[in-house]
Write a protein that binds this ligand. Sequence first.
Ligand code: SF4
Ligand code: SF4
Ligand code: FES
Length: 239
Amino acid sequence: MRIEFKILRRDSAETAAWWQGICFETEDENATVASALRKINEAGNLVDTEGRTVKKILWENSCLQKKCGACAMVINGKPRLACDSFLRNYQKKGRGKITLEPLRKFPVIADLMVDRSILFENLKQMQLWSREEVHLTEKQRETAYDASRCLQCGCCLEICPNYLPGESFFGAAGFVPAARLIASLEGEEKQKLQKAYREHVFAGCGKSLACADICPAGIEVERLLVRSNAVAVWKKSLF
Ligand code: SF4
Ligand code: SF4
Ligand code: FES
């Protein structure tokens, strides 16, 4: 299989971006965008489609098995995990073209690497932790487990029409982790989280659910949103 990658490259946040073509060949039917990028970077002398020697491609990865979210990038126009994007799905008769861009809602560090620290700042702003031991019912445990699978990859923010960097709406990357705690906290902690939820989630979410279709972890985003809204806004308990 021969794939022609077109990669949006950038030396740093301060410099302009440019497209670069790099060809990759493999016989591995299970090759992914992530494994291709690793192999490409392993080449002693990396050349582009014009035959020029070029620098290694900067991108992030860790688990290579859909567990850490580090390899999220825009692949053929859609936010996806590189380690879960199989080359075979992008080719016909052994040939294919794949464009790679960094996620667009985060500051670019270089090439395909972005600074996602805003995600953690948002979680801190919502105070998504408990000082007391949390006791969950069986139903709450199910919801908490689903919410805990959030990778903080940022794919949902890429696709969300209402999420704008630096604004007060935190998107699904904010409300999915909130759903993990919101029903189980008590007293003042619960009230604080309900207030933060109304401000940073409910007030900004258009309920289009574009985020539900794109989530690489397959989280039931709609169910979590409905349940968290019920608890934080309508003061019901659906858990
Ligand atoms: S909700 Fe899904 S898409 Fe959004 S950050 Fe979590 S895992 Fe990624
Ligand atoms: S439901 Fe729509 S507006 Fe709300 S977080 Fe998902 S994509 Fe964004
Ligand atoms: S490298 Fe961890 S999710 Fe892809």
